[in-house]
Design a protein around this ligand. Sequence first.
Ligand code: AMP
Length: 284
Amino acid sequence: MIICTTIDQLRNQVREARTQGAKIGLVPTMGALHEGHGALIRTSAEHGDFTVVSVFVNPTQFAPTEDLDQYPRNLESDICLAQNCGAKVLFHPTAAQMYPGAAPTWVEAMGSVTQVLCGQSRPIHFRGVTTVVAKLFNIVKPDYAYFGQKDAQQVQVLKKMVQDLFFDLELVVVPIVREPDGLAKSSRNVYLSPEQRAAAPILHDSLVLAQQQWAEGLRNAAELEQAVTAKIQTSPLAKIDYVKIYALPELTECTQPMQGANLLALAVYFGNTRLIDNIVLEDK
Ligand code: AMP
């Protein structure tokens, strides 16, 4: 695996691979890689792509009050994991390279898809995500770009960006990778105290409960949200940011009764650590 720290180095690697007939797969990450990221990298490598993993803690998706400085960083172990999962290139740029010039150019998706859920709790977050991902798409020009269902709203926002800006690539969504007790793997799980870590699987348990109620025929979004909320509130360590259901793909209000595919998403604090998780409710 080759490590590129400049945009020119990366472009040269990608150009050479393409000349040899390879398809290019891009896996954008913020590092502190774990098996969730590993699943994305493996999916790309097994698909036969020349796989580029970017490791960049993108400052523009963090508000000044958020955890940019504390965000876990471990390039050595990121290099090992990416290599073991089949990546061909790891791209690790500086913020100055990704954001040249005194003022940025933003890429911003509008509408309910960026306004609800994390868009409400973190107002500048998705503008930062779409801007940095658009930059990465323009640098790498991938044939395939891999994202995790863990960040379900991000997937919908990026699908909209790809469609609206005519990016010539296929966006591939990889299922959520979980710990054996159901907690979704996340770089932020390392912040949890042993007590918080022991309590955190309540998030997945609450989603499983909603899945059961859906399977039994409940089609009322407010009642499903209430059941999930009540389950999470059985843990005194959990402080709910949101538990909400919106209709896919645009994250608009659900019909009553619910129809089609719907995203049940939650964000919950354990101490200062904010965890997210989700499930899709739809008739098969
Ligand atoms: P991050 O480094 O947190 O920005 O995540 C980079 C990519 O990995 C995003 O597309 C995430 O959705 C994905 N990802 C993170 N955690 C998981 C997980 N537990 N399962 C699947 N994908 C994940």
